[in-house]
Ligand binder design. Structure first.
Ligand code: NCD
Length: 301
């Protein structure tokens, strides 16, 4: 099976991944189920966490890892097409983990590939494996996902992580979902139209009064590389920030998540707060991706 969109993840699949990832995290399982597998990494875009945690997850599960990070050392620079690169990875690996700057590239690759394709981020479209990590972190902390109040904050127009998280929440019953962004960087209508729950857009005033009731504040950076006009990016730079004041306004059991990298939207001073869970969230990338790789190879529907 492929993993292209969070819209394609069922509740059963999420629960299966959650349970197995929890066992992996608690180191209850030591066998290496993927000894005969090779994971092919095709990272055409920069990455720290996604690449490294997939690499670690594959190796901890016993798989070999081949591929590349950065297309500049591949035959792409000689003029090789994207589809031929995918075909080549089919010759050397049992699944492809793909990151690319173009929306839809993972879907396109899955149509060419004979081995499963995992979308590790396609342009401003989606990042489904990140949404699994996000909900894993939330469920681990709160014991569940239903009944919580969520607020996505930041550049929601170009962020693929928030799209995938919003889609995955379709499978659950959040009490409230809020979105808060600089004007003109709101969630795109094509995304909103696929949600089966009410998503409320907050003004600056609403945001301040709503914070107290928010359980999960999910922050994203300005996606600089996706702005078509650099002046537009500079216009928004520094326009939102999570700091001590935000942390104090949140309820006492609330958490702050961020897929990272952060730039200036999270003040480093709040890193030591119990509410700041973005580093634990990054750490969860390994057990969640270990469980996911097993699911992909087992073909669990
Ligand atoms: C995110 C991404 O690549 O979309 N990073 C990640 O995978 N952890 C978020 C971002 O780049 O802002």
């Amino acid at each position: 099976m492929d993993l292209i969109s969070s819209l394609g993840i069922s509740k059963d699949q999420f629960n299966w991944i959650f349970d197995l990832a929890k066992e992996k995290k608690e180191e209850k399982v030591h066998h290496k189920p993927l000894l005969d597998k090779t994971v092919g990494m095709a990272f055409f875009e920069p990455s720290t966490r996604t690449y490294t945690s997939f690499d670690a997850a594959a190796k901890k599960s016993g798989a070999s890892v081949v591929g590349f990070k950065g297309a500049d050392m591949t035959s792409t620079v000689k003029g090789e097409s994207f589809s031929d690169t995918i075909r080549m990875l089919n010759c050397y690996s049992d699944c492809i983990v793909l990151r690319h700057k173009y929306d839809g590239s993972a879907k396109f690759a899955s149509e060419i590939s004979e081995v499963p394709v995992i979308n590790a981020g396609d342009g401003k479209n989606e990042h489904p494996t990140q949404s699994l990590i996000d909900l894993f972190t939330i469920k681990e902390r709160f014991g569940g996902i239903d009944g919580l109040s969520y607020c996505m904050m930041g550049d929601l127009k170009y962020s693929r992580t928030t799209n995938s998280l919003l889609y995955l929440l379709n499978r659950f019953n959040p009490s409230d979902v809020y979105v808060y962004s600089p004007e003109s960087l709101g969630v795109r209508n094509e995304v909103l139209s696929k949600l089966n729950y009410k998503c409320t857009v907050l003004s600056d005033e609403d945001f301040n009064s709503t914070l107290e009731s928010v359980d999960v504040l999910y922050v994203t950076r300005l996606q600089k590389e996706r702005f078509t006009d650099e002046n537009e990016y500079h216009k928004f730079k520094g326009s939102y920030r999570v700091d001590d004041e935000t942390i104090t306004s949140l309820g006492k059991d609330s958490i702050v998540l961020h897929a990272l990298p952060r730039v200036d939207e999270i003040n480093r001073k709040i890193d030591s707060s119990d509410k700041s869970m973005y580093f634990q969230q990054a750490r969860n990338g390994v057990p969640v991706r270990m469980a996911l790789l097993e699911m992909i190879f087992d073909g669990k529907q």
